[in-house]
Design a protein around this ligand. Structure first.
Ligand code: ATR
Length: 266
C-alpha cells in the first residue's frame, strides 16, 4: 500500500512539513509520500479536494490562510476541530472528508515535554488569530486561574475571551506591558518579516512562542535572561505526528534532535 499525504496553503516555500512526514515514513517503514499544493486563491480548493479524492489520498494538512475556510468542505468535524473552530488536518475515507485539529495536541505535548503546567496559572496570551484558538482550546482543559488575551485589534481578543469557559479578559498590547504573569504565550505573527518584538510584560515561569525560526525567535529575543524559554518547534513536530497517526494508524516516535538539526542548519 502507498499512502498519499500532502499540504494545502499559501505560501508554502518555507514549509518544514515534507521533511517531518518523510522522517515519519522512514522510521515507521510505511510506503508513501507527502507533497505540497500551493493554493494562491481559495477558488482552487474544490479542485484540489477533488484530485485528492480521485487519487485516494489518506489525508492532507491545511495551513495558513485556509484553516477556517476549509471547514465548509468537511462532511464531519472531529471534537478537536469543533472545540478549536479551525481545521489543520483532513482525512479522506470513502470520498468523505473529516476535519481535525492537531495543533491543540501539539501545543499540549510541547508544554508537557517542557514540564510546563497551565493549570491555576496567571497567563498572558499575545494574539487573537487562528493560532490563539488552539492555545485556548488547550487551556479549556488545563484551566488557568486567569487568562489575559492581548491583541492589536482588541475586539478580536474580546471575542475569544467571550468563548472561554474560564476567567478570561481582553486587552490592547500596550496595557499589558507592565504586567507580571506566570506564563506568557506568543501566538502573533510579529517578527516573521524580520521586525523586532520588544518585550511585552514579565513572566516568572515560562515564555512560550508558537513561532520557531530562528531558534531564538524575535519574541524570545525581546527578553533578557529569565524564565524557561521555548520556541514552537516541538509543537510543529507533535502536531505533524498526530496528523500522520490519523492517516496511517501508526504514531511515529520522532527523533526531535535530528529534525531540529535539519531545521536549524545553515
Ligand atoms: P495565525 O493563524 O498564525 O494566528 P492570524 O490569524 O493572521 O494568523 O493572526 C495573526 C495575529 O498576529 C493576530 O493576532 C494579529 O493581530 P490583529 O488581530 O490585530 O491583526 C497579530 N499581528 C500580526 N502582525 C502584527 C503587528 N505588526 N502588530 C501587532 N499584532 C500583529
Amino acid at each position: 500500500m502507498y499512502v498519499n499525504m500532502g499540504l494545502i496553503g499559501y505560501p508554502l516555500g518555507h514549509t518544514f512539513s515534507p521533511v517531518l512526514h518523510t522522517h515519519f515514513l522512514d522510521i515507521t517503514g510505511i510506503n508513501g509520500g507527502y507533497t505540497c499544493y500551493e493554493a494562491e486563491s481559495p477558488s482552487s480548493i474544490p479542485y484540489l479536494l477533488d484530485m485528492f479524492r480521485r487519487y485516494s489520498f489518506a489525508g492532507v494538512n491545511v495551513t495558513v490562510p485556509y484553516k477556517i475556510e476549509i471547514m465548509k468542505y468537511c462532511d464531519a468535524l472531529d471534537a478537536s476541530a469543533e472545540k478549536t473552530g479551525a481545521v489543520n488536518t483532513l482525512r479522506f475515507v470513502n470520498g468523505k472528508i473529516t476535519g481535525y485539529n492537531t495543533d491543540v495536541y501539539g501545543f499540549g505535548r510541547m508544554l508537557e515535554t517542557a514540564g510546563i503546567s497551565t493549570a491555576g496559572k496567571n497567563i498572558l496570551l499575545l494574539g487573537a488569530g487562528g493560532a490563539a484558538r488552539a492555545v485556548i482550546a488547550y487551556l479549556a482543559e488545563f484551566q488557568p486561574d486567569k487568562l489575559t488575551i492581548a491583541n492589536r485589534t482588541v475586539a478580536k481578543a474580546g471575542f475569544l475571551a467571550s468563548l472561554c469557559s474560564f476567567k478570561a479578559v481582553s486587552s490592547d498590547m500596550d496595557s499589558v506591558r507592565g504586567g507580571i504573569y506566570d506564563i506568557i504565550i506568543n501566538s502573533t505573527s510579529i517578527g516573521l518579516k524580520g521586525e523586532g518584538f520588544p518585550a511585552v510584560g514579565a513572566a516568572s515561569e515560562a515564555l512560550v512562542d508558537l513561532q520557531y525560526k530562528p531558534a531564538v525567535t524575535p519574541f524570545l529575543a525581546g527578553y533578557g535572561s529569565g524564565p524557561e524559554r521555548i520556541n514552537g518547534f516541538s509543537m510543529l513536530v507533535w502536531q505533524a505526528c498526530r496528523s500522520f497517526a490519523i492517516w496511517t494508524g501508526t504514531e511515529p516516535e520522532p527523533d526531535i534532535k535530528k529534525l531540529s538539526d535539519i531545521a536549524y542548519r545553515s
